[in-house]
Ligand binder design. Structure first.
Ligand SMILES: Nc1ncnc2c1ncn2[C@@H]1O[C@H](COP(=O)(O)OP(=O)(O)OP(=O)(O)O)[C@@H](O)[C@H]1O
Ligand SMILES: [Mg+2]
Length: 255
């Protein structure tokens, strides 16, 4: 037997500044395969920056990210020579969902979902559409394949965006406030997809202000404050008995 279960994400001493502003001031944590991790924290604490560093949209200043089969590392400002290759692999293995859906407006739901495997993996249209139909069925959009994004509700658009990420058969899904721009009545249908993926064993990292979801569905909670990871633990501990005064202060505003 091997040692302890391999982590699917490992982040070591991640630092990122914008000019003089330090957005990430040395973040370290790991994510166990098949777990659902929720990141919470006040506006501006660095949650989006962290996710963007995890999926290679942002180049960090120093530290190390290992995610799925990809390692991104930076010390003394050096960038790995095969960075492009690594980022390409990362695009295949890490799915990302944003607050604003980011669907292609001129393409149908089916075409949106089929696009990524065709572009990134060079898959033929028939195969890509077969796969896209399967994931669209999973998110409950089988009856909307030929619709354009503008013809869908916000919840449907976000489910289509999740399906689009899933057609790549990623090993990890990252979400940045996936329900924040939704009408409150539509929030649950998107949260439900993440719960369902959790049941199926997908590894997921979610930035959200949906505290009920965080408490009920997450395996672990990470609380960030001013670029630092201040507290981390199972939801029962972080919500039930927060250790750090900054966590207590933040959670007060949600009671
Ligand atoms: N491209 C950028 N250029 C300059 N500063 C930036 C940039 N992106 C983020 N920042 C700064 O980095 C800090 C962290 O921002 P980030 O967007 O990661 O916060 P957040 O926790 O996601 O906040 P919110 O909850 O409002 O989405 C903020 O002070 C922000 O102003
Ligand atoms: Mg953000």
């Amino acid at each position: 037997m091997e040692g302890p279960a391999r982590q699917l994400i490992t982040v070591e001493d991640l630092r990122k500044s914008f000019g003089h502003a330090e957005a990430l001031r040395g973040i370290s944590f790991s994510v166990t395969p098949s777990s659902l991790v929720v990141i919470i924290g006040p506006s501006g604490c660095g949650k989006s920056t962290l996710l963007r560093c995890l999926n290679g949209l942002e180049l960090f200043d120093s530290g190390r990210v290992h995610i799925a089969d990809v390692t991104l590392e930076r010390h003394d400002g050096t960038v790995p020579r095969d960075l492009r290759h690594r980022l390409r692999l990362l695009r295949e293995e890490v799915g990302m969902v944003f607050q604003s859906f980011n669907l292609f407006p001129h393409m149908t739901v089916l075409a949106n979902a089929a696009k990524a495997p065709m572009v990134v993996k060079g898959m033929g249209r028939d195969d890509a559409e077969t796969r896209a139909r399967a994931v669209l069925a999973k998110v409950g959009l089988s009856d909307r394949l030929d619709y354009y994004p503008s013809q869908l509700s916000g919840g449907q658009q976000q489910r289509a965006a999740i399906a689009r990420a899933l057609t790549m058969a990623p090993k990890v899904m990252l979400y940045d406030e996936p329900t924040s721009s939704l009408d409150p009545t539509l929030v649950h249908e998107v949260l439900q997809i993440m719960r369902q993926l959790h049941d199926e064993g997908m590894t997921q990292v979610v930035v959200t202000h949906e505290m009920r979801f965080a408490r009920d569905a997450a395996d672990r909670i990470l609380f960030m404050h001013e670029g630092l990871l201040v507290e981390e633990g199972p939801p029962a501990e972080v919500f039930g008995a927060p250790r750090d005064p900054r966590t207590r202060e933040f959670l007060k505003s949600f009671l």
